[in-house]
Design a protein around this ligand. Sequence first.
Ligand code: PGA
Length: 291
Amino acid sequence: MNLPLVIANWKMNIPYFDEKDPKEDFEWAMHWKHIQHWFFKFHSTIKDYQWNRGVVDEYLCTPFGIAPPLTSVHTCEENNGSDEVSPGSYINVSIGFQDVSSHRSGARTGEMSASMLAGYLLRDDYSFCIIGHSERREFQKETDEVISEKLKRLLETDIVPVVCIGETLKDFEKGLTKEILKNQIDVIFNSLESDKNIILAYEPVWAIGSGKPAVPTDVNEIHKFIKDTVQSCAKITDINVLYGGSVNAENSKSFFEQKYIDGALVGGASLDPVEFGKICINYIHQMETQE
Ligand code: PGA
């Protein structure tokens, strides 16, 4: 499996199905058909694009990932690359997690350790786990120190960490973006040495779910800064940096065109399988243009 570089973060939602508002229909959350429908539509979108270009069976393993709610991980794994969903071809995406405990075990009611998540997977594929998302920082009061521990726990397993960093609107308006990012990186990576894959996601808090994405050329410059900063404070060979914050099918192309933007973390738009499929197609297109 390839490293996931365009990731769908479903958060505490389920994908769109017909015209229903997923947030109002939790009964469907674990419903097989609901998830199957997402995979079917997503696969058809990618396959139609490939078919129109005369490419067949090229994307056996993709650089795409989905982080569903934990209760839907198995249903996603079972539908992923299934012949029933996508007859005659096997498009695989990575299935990952939205969070992990900073502890290995113990009295932590409601938490899941990294090794529990690793053991939970049905298939032996590349998996990943998002940590440090701004919603967890805001609502669960997670600090960079806690996120640093979560990173270490994940590195004890084969689950690839996807570490989110980003500044608030107040910091952005004060021109403190780089200072905030440097502090976050210094604490989270804290002289870390690792030859394992780690993915970073730059998500300006003000761009998340706001419909107001950051300017792609500005993000490009920030990503260069992030890569340089990680290199100077930690011994990590190579790091991919994704952008997240109101990415959709229309604007994704202008992000993927930037030299230092390696992919995207997509929230709201990923609940619609056709929309997410189009974002992935823009990514494929950009990769092919670069070759
Ligand atoms: P959004 O969310 O795409 O809905 O802005 C991104 C995220 O929270 O990862």
